[in-house]
Ligand binder design. Structure first.
Ligand code: SAH
Length: 270
């Protein structure tokens, strides 16, 4: 391990603290014969704990092929692990599902922070049979995701992920527990995916994103711009569902965004 050159461009900050590794497996609630997708194997420390916690399959997708010798060494003797060297965002959803014989799986990841948001969206928007996602994030992003309506942290990502499932922050992780040590603190969140979710989630996400596009502008301004409508029409849509046109997006809860999406659809704007 001493000889390994950590690659900043891949966000390589590894975990070794056994208590923390076990705690992450506990947060993900991996047990029995469940299947697990890990994103970013690193040196395989978390992969190993995951593989010991289930008799199901642990598939780890790792972008950096130079980790192969270290992974061979650290995962020796574990028969339920498979490592695939690829960029997770380039793995086709169908191929991923086939790796688990189309059975449900849980996702666990300690990822580079610059791609955490695209990876979360890749996972939730592809309708994969995912039971839960347990993911290490930069603390500020985790705080935004779990933020309550009306607070300054509340934003599009809080609303959209809330439509997909129940989100909880399970723990904060200080930067001192990573090698090499990053410049930020981290937190772990778990999203328990709701499989009876609304079927208009993609439209709602579109509306949410457009309402938060210019955070400091009013809802009326944002929807005028996004849906190319007049101020009169924007005001009319908002007032019909008792939303003050001059309000800002952060004052709307999930249910209001659902109503707003329905109105926008009735007006044939999406
Ligand atoms: N899970 C390990 C490693 C964390 S560091 C641990 O906790 O110690 C993040 C890992 O993700 C690195 O090994 C990095 O090479 C890998 N990675 C970065 N971008 C990736 C991508 N797009 N797809 C898959 N793995 C990626």
């Amino acid at each position: 391990m001493e000889k390994f050159n950590f690659k900043k461009k891949f966000g390589q900050n590894f975990l070794t603290d056994t208590n923390l590794l076990k705690a992450i497996v506990g947060d993900a609630d991996v047990k029995g014969n469940e299947n697990v997708l890990e994103i970013g194997a690193g040196a395989g420390t978390l992969t190993r704990e995951l593989a010991k916690s289930t008799s199901g399959k642990v598939l780890s997708v790792e972008i950096d092929k130079t980790l192969q010798p270290i992974l061979n060494e650290n995962l020796k003797g574990l028969s339920n692990v498979e490592v695939v060297f690829d960029d997770i965002l380039k793995v086709k959803p169908a191929e991923l599902c086939a790796k688990f014989d189309n059975k449900p799986f849980k996702v666990v990841a300690n990822l580079p922070y610059y791609i955490s948001t695209p990876i979360i969206f890749y996972l939730i928007e592809n309708d994969l049979p995912i039971e839960s996602i347990t993911i290490m994030l930069q603390k500020e992003l985790a705080d935004r995701i779990v933020a309550k309506v009306g607070t300054k942290d509340y934003g599009g990502i809080s609303v959209i992920l809330g439509l997909y499932g129940e989100i909880k922050k399970t723990r904060d992780v200080p930067r001192t527990l990573f090698t090499p040590r990053p410049n930020v603190d981290s937190s772990i969140i778990t999203i328990l995916i709701n499989h009876n979710r609304r079927n208009d989630i993609k439209d709602i996400s579109k509306v949410v994103k457009s309402c938060f596009a210019m955070r400091r502008k009013t809802l009326a301004n944002n929807i005028m711009q996004a849906f190319k409508i007049s101020r009169e029409q924007a005001n009319e849509i908002l007032e019909s569902i008792k939303i003050e046109p001059n309000a800002r997006a952060e004052t709307l809860d999930k249910d209001k965004f659902v109503l707003l999406t329905q109105k926008i659809r009735e007006n044939k704007l999406i």
